[in-house]
Design a protein around this ligand. Structure first.
Ligand code: CA
Length: 228
């Protein structure tokens, strides 16, 4: 199921820029111009995160925030406020926003705050790009690159790496990997998975990837990203 970012922003140029940037990062973005539209869209859209400008025509962002919070208590909300908008920030946070970002901001900071919010809320958004340092997997095109190097992965290797990248720092059991990648509810025995992991390790190493897939004795594996 897709779970996009819902962006509420009335400044068209700003919204276009944000949408393009977020889409380049692999997020799916739905954009509306007003709070009223946002509330209407929320009924069906089920976004994974709301990026909400405070100064909107019609209903202002703080009121939108309050109404959203009442009905969707768990939805992460990031509000965009004016640089000098201390009052907006305070009202926004009191109305249930999880975080704020004063305009103008660096796009990198928006990304970092979105990532932090998703981590805290333990949510994952639909993304077709997975990135870790120089390593990038495009889940739509099913391509894997590390810097300038293209990794030649079999379908199983690709699925295995994608699953590991989506669960960094976790000890993942062999059974979990068999389920996710082979769709089987049983352990094929150590050798098959070990063989695939060793292929992956070798290909990642040859491509110059600085992270690693660690063995967790008696359990399975742990993906240790280059990004830390
Ligand atoms: Ca505005």
């Amino acid at each position: 199921m897709s779970s996009p970012i819902l962006l509420v922003e009335d400044e068209v140029a700003m919204a276009a820029l944000l949408r393009q940037g977020l889409e380049e990062e692999g997020y799916v973005v739905e954009w509306v111009l007003t709070g009223e539209e946002a509330l209407a869209r929320l009924e069906h859209l089920q976004p994974g995160l709301l990026v909400l400008d405070v100064r909107l025509p019609g209903m202002d962002g703080v009121e939108v925030c309050r109404q959203v919070r009442q009905r969707w208590p768990d939805l992460p909300i990031l509000i965009l406020t004016a640089l000098d908008g201390v009052e907006d920030r305070v009202r926004g946070l009191r109305a249930g926003a999880d975080d704020y970002l004063p305009k103008p901001f660096a796009f990198e900071e928006l990304l970092a705050r979105i990532e932090a919010l998703l981590r805290r809320s333990r949510r994952q958004l639909t993304r077709h790009l997975l990135r870790d340092g120089p390593l990038m997997l495009d889940l739509n095109a099913r391509t894997a690159t590390c810097g300038a190097c293209t990794l030649s992965l079999s379908p199983r290797e690709f699925d295995l790496l994608a699953y590991l990248m989506q669960h960094p720092h976790q000890a993942i059991s062999r059974l979990q990997l068999y389920r996710a990648v082979w769709g089987h509810d049983f352990d094929h025995g150590t050798s098959l998975l070990e063989v695939y992991i060793s292929y992956l390790r070798r290909k990642l190493q040859e491509a110059g990837y600085p992270g690693r897939i660690a063995t967790v004795r008696g359990i399975g594996y742990r993906y240790e990203p280059a990004d830390g």
